[in-house]
Design a protein around this ligand. Structure first.
Ligand SMILES: Cc1ncc(COP(=O)(O)O)c(C=O)c1O
Length: 385
């Protein structure tokens, strides 16, 4: 199989697995215990926290460990809005469901939500953020990089505006961390969501960066772990793995960026050359290096995924995190795509484990599969396939 669904999840790095294993076999203590086992587990968590903080230039005390991106997003939303006086939230129309669903619930609880539009490339205009802020605005949440089309949002500009207007600013950076340099201080973000399994770490662990002076209400109550902000015995092995994944991502950032970017550019170049009636979606420059999103006119994306799977390629139409419900992409809709363009979309996300040979094979298989599907397409006449 050729795995090109790295935005959905990534293989766990061997070095990450090696660091995790002792925490299953020998160092299985509860970090809250006073004895040596407990102390070792506690130290391991603190070391991991330092590595996680270092990836985004935060202080370790600003890192809240969670079960992943979804919990981090939910904690940010409820943690801020439960204690705020204002009842207005600004977000974008292309967020992940882990933002849109909390928004829906808050709407039902009486909050007013502004969903900012995006342009054809999936880009939010930071001036729109400024225009929408009112005295009632308590929270802004704009994703760092989109999980479907990879567009990177103007986070620094939005951070400036939010900071000036004194509105708490959160960004869901699940698809961006480890792929592009992120400095929370420079970007002036108050809260930032991270997930481990998108950067060659284990699933079910992540973090929420919470700027020092920002106060949030806990979502999970109990034994008071994580300074009372997230109760429950810590998932030590996973946290250690996430820490190692962050350290590897930081140390190898520029070489990974270059490698993955090179594979991605090759894939784009070859596919646009070999397969007619194909467009590359998302922003031409402001995009994370691993994301490639195409529309193949006259092809049904679901059929394409199935055929590719039969031919040994794992790809996706968009978000894998919204379970297996097939609904038209809200991201592509917001970008103004027609039903036909949405239907024919395919996301290929490259990772550090992919090879140039795999890219060559993918181009040939994709060409064959698209040609086969177009031969039986209802749009055959329209496009003269
Ligand atoms: C942008 C974005 N936010 C949040 C999530 C959810 O993260 P997790 O799977 O760690 O809960 C994902 C997962 O794909 C994502 O892409």
């Amino acid at each position: 199989m050729i795995y090109l669904d790295n935005a959905a999840s990534t293989p766990v790095h061997e070095k990450v697995i090696d660091e995790m294993i002792p925490y299953f076999r020998e160092q299985y203590g509860n970090p809250s215990s006073i004895h040596k086992y407990g102390r070792l587990a506690r130290i391991a968590i603190q070391d991991a926290r330092k590595r996680i903080a270092s990836l985004i230039n935060a202080d370790e005390a600003e890192i809240l460990l969670t079960s992943g991106g979804t919990e981090s997003n939910n904690t940010a939303f409820y943690g801020i809005t439960h204690q705020s006086k204002g009842k207005h939230i600004i977000t974008s129309s292309i967020e992940h469901d882990a933002i849109l669903e909390p928004c829906k619930r808050l709407e039902a609880e009486g909050f007013q939500i502004t969903y900012l539009p995006v342009d054809r490339h999936g880009l939010v205009n930071h001036e729109d953020v400024e225009k929408e802020i009112s005295s009632d605005t308590c929270f802004i949440s704009i994703m760092f990089a989109n999980n479907e089309v990879g567009t990177i949002q103007p986070i620094k500009e939005i951070g400036e505006i939010a900071n000036e207007k004194k509105v708490t600013f959160h960004t869901d950076a699940v698809q961006a961390i480890g792929k592009i340099p992120i400095d929370v201080k420079e970007l002036k973000v108050d809260l930032l969501s991270m997930s481990s399994h998108k950067i060659n770490g284990p699933k079910g662990v992540g973090a929420l960066y919470i700027k020092k002076d920002v106060k949030i209400d806990p979502l999970i109550l109990g034994g008071g772990q994580e300074n009372g902000l997230r109760s429950g015995t810590e998932n030590v092995a996973n946290i250690v793995g996430f820490g190692k994944a962050c350290q590897l991502a930081k140390d190898n950032m520029s070489q990974n960026q270059e490698y993955v970017g090179k594979l991605g550019r090759k894939l784009v170049f070859e596919i646009l050359k070999e397969i007619p009636h194909t467009t590359l979606n998302g922003h031409p420059e402001k995009r994370i290096p691993n994301n490639i999103h195409f529309t193949f006119l006259g092809v049904n994306g679901e059929d394409l995924i199935i055929k590719l799977d039969e031919n040994g390629i794992a790809a996706s139409t968009g978000s894998a995190c919204s379970v297996r419900v097939q609904k038209a992409s809200h991201v592509l809709k917001a970008m103004g795509f027609s039903h036909e363009q949405i239907t024919g979309s395919l996301r290929l996300t490259v990772g550090i484990s992919n090879t140039e040979k795999e890219i060559d094979e993918t181009v040939q298989i994709l060409k064959k599969v698209v040609t086969e599907l177009r031969a039986v397409s209802p749009y055959k006449e329209k496009y003269n396939f």
